[in-house]
Ligand binder design. Structure first.
Ligand code: FE2
Length: 365
């Protein structure tokens, strides 16, 4: 199934001229943009994913980022280990392969749900931790005063990469800008004030967290790079990967492979948007596995002498840690609202990480 591509350009053209008054909003947006916003919220609700085209995020920007990350992940292990900060719970720098554990391996409730799934919809069963590397880079400002201070750690820059900071920051900020527009359009589509989500995202602990998977070692069909899970943050965004393999589960239970056209971005719903909408928009379940199409892409890349590291340019956008997570607006009177009690977003993240044994890390989703 191809998820429809939403072009953000028409909304971006008028976004700067929209007034804050909700009563004037639909008149200012006009019928077609109001409908587009409804489409954004509908697709997020039904699929847990959205493919967008943002004129500010080009295919060249994505290429520049992936080129640098491929070059980094291709370095010898001894070099990459210099950027490892296990004492800081991997909140910055590199996380080697074999550290991240997929939730389906430890979460009893999820294991029971998997048992009840029909065979053709079941995710691949991971045998242990994910065989992928990850690099953590904070994006955006953090609050001066907070109950949830991240460890006071400097960003880690590998030696021999003079373009590192610029490339990480510029791609990270661009992807955050795309998320903000989607968050505004989704809020309008869900019948909430335009800034209902973005006002809660300000100064959130956003993380650019690209992964690197070595397909020259782990390129066998069926290998699980990221076991079945949901993301615990608000929305996750990625540029197009050079190797396919991402599967998502739609709200109706159907399992589909995601295809992202060149120059587009993929957005996925996390647990925090589920909380804010009282389950109207659920966190999307997903996995990354080596498929027949991945194997074909490996053969093609090999014959063209291209890198065999699969890089995903993942960015986790979060609700600010001190902001309150609770069903917003009309969602507060939903019959499901009691499943989503009020709590600080930072507390929610700590609670989720405790389940998957990553307490101390603000990030892994
Ligand atoms: Fe994920």
């Amino acid at each position: 199934m191809d998820i429809p591509v939403i072009d953000l350009a028409p909304y971006l053209e008028i976004a700067g001229r929209l007034s804050g008054d909700p009563a004037e909003l639909s008149g200012q947006l006009g019928a077609s943009l109001t409908e587009l916003c409804r489409e954004v919220s509908r697709v997020l609700r039904e699929t847990g994913a959205l493919v967008v085209k943002d004129p500010r995020c080009s295919a060249e920007d994505n290429d520049r980022f992936i080129d640098m990350m491929e070059k980094y992940f291709e370095q010898p292990e001894e070099f990459k280990r210099l950027q490892e900060r296990p004492n800081l719970h991997y909140q910055v720098g590199v996380t080697p392969e074999g550290v991240e554990v997929p939730r389906s391996l430890i979460d009893k409730e999820m294991q029971e749900a998997l048992l009840a799934m029909p065979a053709e919809l079941k995710p691949a069963v991971p045998k242990g931790p994910d065989p992928k590397w990850r690099y953590m880079w904070r994006i955006g400002p953090r609050p001066q005063n907070t109950r949830f201070k991240e460890l006071n750690s400097e960003p880690v820059i590998p030696e021999g990469f003079p373009e590192w900071k610029d490339t990480m920051d510029s791609w990270g900020y661009k992807m955050i800008s795309a998320i903000e527009v989607v968050a505004e359009m989704a809020a309008i589509g869900f019948g909430l004030p335009r800034d209902a989500f973005t006002s809660l995202m300000a100064q959130g602990p956003h993380l650019l967290a690209p992964t690197g998977s070595d397909l020259s070692r782990y390129g066998q069909e069926g290998t699980v790079f990221a076991g079945y899970h949901y993301d615990l943050n608000f929305l996750t965004i990625h540029g197009k990967s050079r190797f396919p393999g991402l599967y998502i589960w739609l709200r109706n239970g159907q399992k589909v492979e995601v295809k992202v056209p060149v120059g587009c971005l993929l957005i996925q719903t996390g647990k925090q948007i589920e909380w804010l909408t009282a389950g109207d928009c659920m966190a999307g379940m997903h996995e990354v596995v080596v498929t027949k199409r991945t194997v074909d892409a490996i053969e093609l890349a090999s014959s063209q002498n291209r890198s065999l590291w699969r890089v995903s340019s993942t960015l986790f956008a979060h609700i600010a840690s001190d902001a309150v997570l609770k069903p917003l607006g009309h969602f507060s009177s939903s019959p499901l609202a009691e499943k989503y009690p009020s709590m600080a977003a930072g507390e929610f993240v700590e609670q989720e990480l405790a389940v998957i044994n990553l307490k101390g890390s603000k990030s892994k989703a």
